[in-house]
Design a protein. Structure first.
Length: 336
């Protein structure tokens, strides 16, 4: 319900929360629409059985096997599948609606708090969900990513669900050490990188599933995963998409870590103190640096690089949730 007393702080807070719940409802509808679109999507393989036989025939250990597999992946692809396009368009439209609602929620939360809305884990989570949607929709303007919505929207819903049930807290003023313009610079970059890393980690996992679909099927679980993998874009397309996202996000993450160190010197009198948040931010940096290095190293492209991207996402998520909930540190997100 739209509040009648906009000037009341409590009413503004309730309005912000209502916008978050409305966005979640729109995302549930978007997820259903994306699921319908994905379900009727045909396999991107011209002849899957032939592809499987050829892949098994060239399977070998070392770089030779990977090179042969990548050559198969690079074969000409069939024309785009138009089935499910209407449902996919509905999903995208609902995602845009949810994004607008979340943006209103973040702005009104900031108005209520009288500062940038990143003072606790609830605010950070809602802003992160907004960033994920913005990155996804921004890329969707130039590329057809309807197939990704069914995998990505549930992650956004999970983030918002945790925010509203486990992490919710009333707004409070920042401690003096954190009341700085560096909060805007450092945290905004971290939120943007987190969105890119989440999408990249998701597409890396889907790459592994698409590669699985090209191999022999053993058992009902493998059959089900293979059926999902057949509806994904070609593995080489997923690999390139993952690489471009990480190549974009990695220098921004590097800047965020450096900015955090500069902020720490002005707030706490040292650039680096191996605080749990700092340590895991550095671990995340190392893993994604290893991924980028693996992409330029013979024998480490393909599955190995994809696993590095998945591990990198896991380290970021642990830095996001695990460090904040299970460790005590100087950062403002150390408690809920």
């Amino acid at each position: 319900m739209i509040p009648t007393q906009v000037g009341s702080a409590t009413t503004v807070a309730e309005f912000s929360n209502s916008m978050v719940y409305a966005a979640m409802l729109a995302l549930v509808a978007a997820m259903i629409a994306f699921a319908v679109a994905f379900a009727v999507r045909r396999s991107d393989s011209v002849d899957l059985r032939e592809s499987r036989r050829a892949l098994v025939a060239v399977q070998a250990s070392g770089a030779a096997g990977d090179a042969a597999s990548r050559a198969l992946e690079s074969r000409p692809q069939p024309p785009p599948d138009t089935r499910g396009r209407r449902a996919g368009n509905i999903g995208l439209s609902l995602s845009w609606l949810a994004t607008i609602l979340l943006l209103v929620a973040v702005i009104t939360r900031a108005s209520w708090a009288g500062r940038v809305p990143w003072g606790n884990m609830y605010e950070f989570s809602v802003s992160s969900a907004l960033a994920i949607l913005l990155v996804y929709l921004a890329v969707s303007v130039r590329r057809d990513l309807r197939w990704l919505g069914v995998f990505l929207i549930p992650l956004v819903l999970l983030t918002l669900g945790l925010a509203t049930t486990v992490l919710y807290t009333e707004t409070q003023q920042l401690v003096p050490a954190l009341d700085s313009y560096w909060l805007v610079i450092h945290v905004s970059m971290a939120i943007l990188c987190g969105a890119a890393f989440l999408i990249a980690g998701t597409t890396a996992a889907l790459y592994l599933m698409a590669r699985w679909a090209q191999g022999p099927v053993k058992g009902p679980v493998s059959q089900r995963l293979s059926e999902i993998g057949q509806r994904l874009p070609a593995p080489v397309v997923l690999e390139q998409f993952t690489y471009r996202l990480i190549a974009f996000a990695f220098p921004v993450w590097t800047f965020a870590v450096v900015a955090g160190a500069i902020w720490a010197e002005s707030a706490w009198g040292r650039y680096w103190g191996w605080d749990p948040k700092e340590t895991w931010a550095f671990i995340t940096w190392v893993v994604f640096a290893s991924y980028l290095h693996a992409q330029s190293t013979a024998g480490w492209k393909g599955r190995r690089a994809a696993w590095l991207a998945v591990i990198g996402l896991a380290t970021y998520v642990f830095n996001y949730f695990g460090v904040n909930l299970f460790f005590t540190g100087l950062h403002s997100y150390g408690g809920v």
